[in-house]
Each structure stands twice: as C-alpha cells, then as structure tokens.
Design a protein around this ligand. Structure first.
Ligand code: URA
Length: 242
C-alpha cells in the first residue's frame, strides 16, 4: 500500500517495534522530505516521500530487493544455529521484517544471492516454469574435454526425477584446474556440482555471477549487500517471467 502511517513504516521497514518507532518520532529523530515530523500518525507516500532516521535515509519501498555478494561459510537461510546466514549479512539500515533469500547457494558457493521480503516476487522467479537463467563460474579438478559442452547442451540426467534442461558450458581457461562458465535454468539441489560429477569432474570452486539479465555488481565487495533499484529488477527478469 502506497500511503502508510509513519510509525507503521518505521516498524515494518526500520525493523523496530511500533513503540520504539513512536519514541524516535517523538524525540524528533525522524524527518519526512527533510522536515522533522513528531506525529506518529503522519501519512507517508511510500513511493514518493523520503524518510530519514537519525539523519540516515530509510528505504520505505513496500518491498525491498537486495543483491548480496555471498562469501563462503555462510548459509542461505534466515536462521541457523551453527553458521552465519545470508540475512545476518544485511546491514542495519537495510534490515526489515520478513527478509529471506530468494534461491539458495551452497555454504561453500560464493556470489549473487537475491534477498527480499516479497514472497510473491520470489515465488515467480523460483517457479519451475520461470526458467530464469543463472550463470556460474566453476573451477574443476582436472582438464576438461570439449565434448562436455555438447553433453550439457543435451540436458544432463542427474538420476531419479532430476532431468536438467539444456545448459550452456563455456570454457574460460582449460588447464590442470579449468575455469568454465555454466548457465542453468533451474535450481536443483547441488545442481552444478552434480552435473559435473556425472562426467567425473569435481567442482573445487563455485560462484554465481548472474541471475536472469542482472550480473553481480563487480564493485560490490565480498560479504557486502546493496539495494536493487526498479531498473535493475527489470533487467533481472525482463523476458524471463510471464
Ligand atoms: N549448483 C551447486 O552445485 N551449488 C550451488 O550453490 C548452486 C548451484
């Protein structure tokens, strides 16, 4: 909903309780379009107005979409008892209730993870029929034979119900530990590792470089996270979703 009460926005988007939000407003720490507002029931247009808390801009879009450059050792979950999660890496100014990773990377995989609070959008991009491409860089444990690209293009049978769609394999550098780029169209469990394993290769490093039409921002440091704008969201999904 575009028009919302200021205290509601602070509690949803600012990840505060309604009471904590009200206190910040009464203390004069919140501005709307540059003006200090002391009324918690002030109506704010989430599509137009600018809100700051303690001088820091607060993202008040109805939903938030974040690009995380996931490091190894972090799990794609919202909570974990043993390891840090991708949601733990979201900085306080981008935190809000209901954030979750839209799609998973293995703990030892690096790269682009989309984090959002928009369940409908996540469902659309993760639906099997979406066929949103995901591009990865993989490093393998021994030199590859060129016929592997043809095998991937046929669609690798991983056994059981797991039949992959045709995938693209591009050799970046062949050698003792070849680097390849692979584009897949689903998100099956350990999919890339299992595709290579099927032909006797072990993946020793894996990084997701792109989701749909949107590459991982090369300026985004490992472990960092930033908000995507509407143009980037469109770039990610354009032509891939119904
Ligand atoms: N394929 C894998 O094997 N692992 C990932 O993390 C992503 C794709």
């Amino acid at each position: 909903m575009a028009i919302q009460r200021l205290d509601k926005i602070l509690s949803n988007q600012g990840n505060l309780s309604r009471k904590e939000g009200k206190v910040l407003i009464w203390q004069g720490k919140v501005t709307v379009n540059g003006v200090v507002v002391k009324a918690p029931d002030c109506k704010v247009d989430t599509q137009r107005d600018q809100v700051t808390v303690d001088g820091r801009p607060l993202s008040i879009r109805e939903h938030i979409y974040l690009m995380l450059h996931k490091p190894q050792g972090v799990v794609s979950a919202t909570e974990d008892t043993r390891f840090p999660t991708v949601v733990d890496l979201v900085p306080p100014q981008l935190r809000r209730k209901g954030l979750f990773p839209a799609g998973r990377l293995d703990k030892d995989t690096e790269g682009f993870v989309l984090i959002t609070d928009d369940g409908v959008f996540a469902h659309r991009i993760l639906a099997p029929k979406s066929h949103l491409p995901k591009r990865y860089l993989a490093v393998l444990d021994h030199p590859i034979t060129p016929d592997l690209a043809g095998e991937f293009a046929k669609g690798v049978d991983l056994g059981g119900e797991d039949q992959c769609s045709p995938a693209q394999l591009h050799i970046v550098e062949n050698g003792p530990q070849p680097q390849v780029e692979v584009t897949i169209y689903e998100g099956m469990y350990h999919q890339i590792k299992r595709m290579f394993e099927r032909f006797g290769y072990r993946v020793i490093y894996l990084k997701r470089l792109q989701i749909g039409g949107l590459p991982l921002d090369p300026q985004l440091p490992l472990g960092a996270c930033r908000e995507l704008d509407d143009r980037e969201l469109e770039q990610m999904t354009k032509g891939y979703l119904d």
